[in-house]
Ligand binder design. Sequence first.
Ligand SMILES: *[C@@H]1O[C@H](CO)[C@@H](O)[C@H](O)[C@H]1NC(C)=O
Ligand SMILES: *[C@@H]1O[C@H](CO)[C@@H](O)[C@H](O)[C@H]1NC(C)=O
Ligand SMILES: *[C@@H]1O[C@H](CO)[C@@H](O)[C@H](O)[C@H]1NC(C)=O
Length: 331
Amino acid sequence: MSTLAFLWHFLAIFIIASCALPSLPSRIHDHRSSPSLPSTIIHELPKGTWLENLVIRQTEGNALVTLLSSPRSCLGIVELYHDIFNIVAGNFSVKAGSSTPGSYSIWEIDMRNRDAVTTKIADIPGSGFLNGMTVLDPVTGILLVADSLLSVVWSVNVRTGHVAVALNDTTMAPTTDGTISLGINGLRVVDSNLYYDNSNKATFNRIPVDLHTGQATGPAVTLFQGSSAEILPDDFAIDFEGNAWVVTGGQMFLLPGATGSQSIGMEFVAGSVTETRITGWTSTKFGTRQADVERGSVYVTTDGGPLAYRDGNFTAGGMLVRIDTADLKLY
Ligand SMILES: *[C@@H]1O[C@H](CO)[C@@H](O)[C@H](O)[C@H]1NC(C)=O
Ligand SMILES: *[C@@H]1O[C@H](CO)[C@@H](O)[C@H](O)[C@H]1NC(C)=O
Ligand SMILES: *[C@@H]1O[C@H](CO)[C@@H](O)[C@H](O)[C@H]1NC(C)=O
């Protein structure tokens, strides 16, 4: 199969232009009373299209999203250099909600020219369920990848293909209560700490790391403990003030001052548990265009409701949605 065919049929990366859209009139709410920020649908894909993760491209500010519902599922994505992306690919069944351990690999997608060129960086035969990905050391080309099943963070050197277990901590472990096993999910490096959430445990955590190896230089701390009956934290974004914006189910919640404190509270800021249109929120990233930066816009990917993949009763397609965080007047 040609490289391009491989890209479109298996890696299933879609570019969604988020430009030239009218901005909503700014609405100011008391964010303490109820979830308040409106969600603007930028693009909706057909029902049964699970948008799993995204990056906002450095050069033109469009979103590049990964699909979990394609034959070869794609998950975490980063833009390591301008127009050079890395993604996590593997076998995950959205219908059964199950991962095939050992099926994961890390790929490079070079989009500097018209025809994208895909190259496999490394297989990870020891993987359980690879999920979020972030850049650790851009100089030597080291990425960190969350393993939601095996309770570890893998380091991957994109230049040499070297793969190692960087972190292995109980705060990253899933619970085994019969639902889907989903421990560590999203992860981000800020200063010399790795921040990560755990979906099953409904936590947000910090561990100090060596910025070249990713290995722990101190113990992990759980900064936020939520109720697992109320939230299943998925991926998150951290803004310039160190606030974390976390997606869960059909909502987004805010962890104010997430990177600055020992223990933090949470508040829902967007979406609703009863919403059936914009549902199944999977990841979020801040926009990079001038208008996006001035509005504090985060872009959210959705899957259209994860249970609908099992039951077939879709109420919406996967979407790219915009939420303007500056409307909360936090900044
Ligand atoms: C992928 O996962 C499906 C469903 O879990 C399974 O039936 C299939 O054998 C797996 N394929 C590979 C190549 O691992
Ligand atoms: C993580 O640590 C546990 C306990 O030491 C060990 O049993 C497990 O094999 C480790 N996992 C990986 C993927 O290295
Ligand atoms: C889809 O069907 C399942 C099982 O019957 C049900 O629990 C769920 O509420 C339904 N979802 C919607 C959006 O109607």
